[in-house]
Write a protein that binds this ligand. Structure first.
Ligand SMILES: CC(C)(COP(=O)(O)OP(=O)(O)OC[C@H]1O[C@@H](n2cnc3c(N)ncnc32)[C@H](O)[C@@H]1OP(=O)(O)O)[C@@H](O)C(=O)NCCC(=O)NCCS
Length: 158
C-alpha cells in the first residue's frame, strides 16, 4: 500500500473532520470538528495534510502549527479501519521533510501516556521522550512530551 501525502484544501475538511471525530467522539460533534479543520486550513501558521491511499481515498490527516523555528503536531489520525498500513508514518515523515526544508529546528508534540501506537510511531521516526506532564488531559491521564531535533535527526541519518 502506498500513501500520497498532500496539503489539504477546504474541500477535504469534511472528510478530515470525520476521521478526527471518530478518534475523539467525546470532544465535539462533526460540525465542530469540521469548523476546527476549516480554521486550521485557513490559518497561516497551520499546515494540514491529507493521506490518500492507492485508490485516492482520504485515509488520514495531520494538523501542525509552526511558529518561527518550531513545529507542533496538533493532531494526527488514520481512519480506524485503515491503520497499520503505513499512512500514519507517511504523514509524520512528510512533516519532518517539510520541516527540514523550511529550516525548522524542533518538532514537538504531546501524546497520551497510554497511546502505545503513537508513541511507538514517533519513537521509530526519531522522536525522544523529554518530559511527562502529570494529569495533563481532562480525564487525568498524563501526557508524554516528545521532541525531534532536526539537526540531530539529519546527523544520525548520515
Ligand atoms: C497513531 C496512528 C496515527 C498511527 O497510524 P498508522 O497508520 O496505523 O501507523 P503506521 O501503519 O504508519 O505505523 C507505523 C509504525 O508505528 C508503530 N505502530 C503503529 N500502530 C501500532 C500499534 N497498534 N502498536 C504498536 N506500534 C504501532 C509501528 O512501529 C509501525 O511500524 P510497523 O507497522 O512497521 O511495525 C493511528 O494509530 C491513529 O490514528 N491513532 C488514533 C489517533 C492518535 O492517537 N493520534 C496520535 C495523537 S498524539
Amino acid at each position: 500500500m502506498t500513501t500520497t501525502v498532500r496539503v489539504a484544501s477546504l474541500a477535504d475538511a469534511s472528510a478530515i473532520a470525520a476521521i478526527f471525530a471518530r478518534v475523539n467522539p467525546h470532544e465535539c460533534d462533526h460540525a465542530a470538528h469540521e469548523g476546527r479543520v476549516r480554521e486550521d486550513i485557513a490559518r497561516p501558521i497551520a499546515r494540514v495534510t491529507a493521506a490518500e491511499d492507492n485508490a485516492g481515498d482520504l485515509v488520514g490527516a495531520l494538523v501542525a502549527w509552526h511558529v518561527v523555528d518550531e513545529v507542533t503536531v496538533v493532531d494526527v489520525a488514520v481512519s480506524p479501519t485503515r491503520r497499520r498500513e503505513g499512512h500514519g508514518r507517511a504523514l509524520v515523515e512528510e512533516l519532518l521533510v517539510w520541516s527540514r526544508a523550511h529550516e525548522k529546528r524542533l518538532v514537538l508534540l504531546e501524546v497520551r501516556a497510554s497511546n502505545t501506537p503513537a508513541r511507538t510511531l514517533y519513537a521509530a521516526l526519531g522522536f525522544t521522550e523529554v518530559n511527562v506532564r502529570r494529569g495533563y488531559y481532562a480525564d487525568g491521564e498524563d501526557a508524554v512530551e516528545m521532541h525531534a531535533t532536526l539537526a540531530l535527526l539529519q546527523a544520525s541519518a548520515h
